[in-house]
Design a protein around this ligand. Structure first.
Ligand code: ADP
Length: 256
């Protein structure tokens, strides 16, 4: 709480009282903390791959260039770390665009089945690599007005997360149905699940239940917060139900 005060004097300049104003700055302080946290997180996330790129480059320049195996190995790491940086920067730009109040949605006619057809080749490959059974169950011809690229990103990310956080031979399923006024998209997996204490936090920027694991799968911890923004600029809702070691189900509701 911040207090601002001023004395009140009468006509003879004698102290009559005082005015005290109490400002509740909890919200402001929280915003300020979140901003500082965000900057610290971004700096850390940028620093990690850069440190590694610099380390491997310097070792190569110091003479390791002559050994082809080492060269191949180090360049692969440098390439992977650069890809990671690129992904992180793209995610940050998307996030900052979506967080602007004046963000303008460009809506077009979306046919959900056609859109899913475009997504499948990307997702199928990831599922096959882990022997995960991927099933799609949608009602035909769901059509609605939305930003198709945004909807695509939501479905791809939810499916890719489901695949990442599900052990080999598990199951991932995508369902879609419509009501009079909304489209309901559901992604279910038989994966590791999310602890109940972590559920309220997973849509926060940079939050990951297990940092090391998420980094190994290439995650930045920004995916779900971007999805939440995309869904919310459409006036929709995103939620999750999950049970540890059983699996998770993400629900997305988009108004038609
Ligand atoms: P990341 O890039 O780390 O995957 P996200 O924002 O997409 O970041 O997800 C945040 C965190 O939520 C993940 O690090 C993971 O801990 C958890 N999570 C997301 N999807 C799932 C899922 N399907 N099953 C279990 N945990 C998940």
């Amino acid at each position: 709480i911040e207090i601002v005060g001023a004395p009140i004097f009468n006509e003879r300049n004698m102290l009559k009282g005082a005015v005290l104003v109490f400002y509740d700055i909890t919200h402001l302080k929280k915003l300020e903390l979140m901003r500082k946290d965000f900057v610290a997180n971004v700096s850390h996330e940028l620093k990690t791959p850069i440190t590694s790129i610099k380390g491997f480059t310097e070792t190569l320049l110091d003479g390791a260039l002559d050994d082809t195996d080492t060269l191949q190995n180090f360049l692969t790491i440098i390439n992977d770390e650069s890809t990671r940086l690129q992904g992180l920067i793209e995610d940050l730009l998307t996030l900052s665009k979506l967080e602007k109040d004046e963000y303008q949605l460009v809506k077009n006619d979306v046919n959900l089945n056609i859109l899913i057809g475009e997504i499948m080749p990307i997702v199928n490959q990831a599922a096959e690599e882990k022997n995960i059974t991927l099933s799609i169950d949608t009602v035909d011809n769901i059509e609605f007005l939305a930003e198709s690229e945004g909807v695509k990103q939501v479905i791809i990310n939810l499916l890719m997360n489901a695949i990442s956080y599900t052990p080999e031979h598990g199951k991932v399923a995508l369902y879609a149905e419509e009501t009079d006024d909304c489209v309901h998209i559901k992604v279910t997996d038989t994966g590791i699940g999310i602890h109940k204490d972590a559920i309220p936090r997973i849509f926060e920027r940079f939050y990951r239940v297990d940092k090391a694991r998420s980094r190994n799968t290439g995650g930045t911890g920004l995916g779900l917060s971007i999805l939440k923004h995309i869904v919310e600029v459409h006036d929709g809702k995103i939620s999750v139900e999950s049970e540890l070691d059983k699996g998770s189900t993400f629900h997305v509701y988009l108004p038609k």
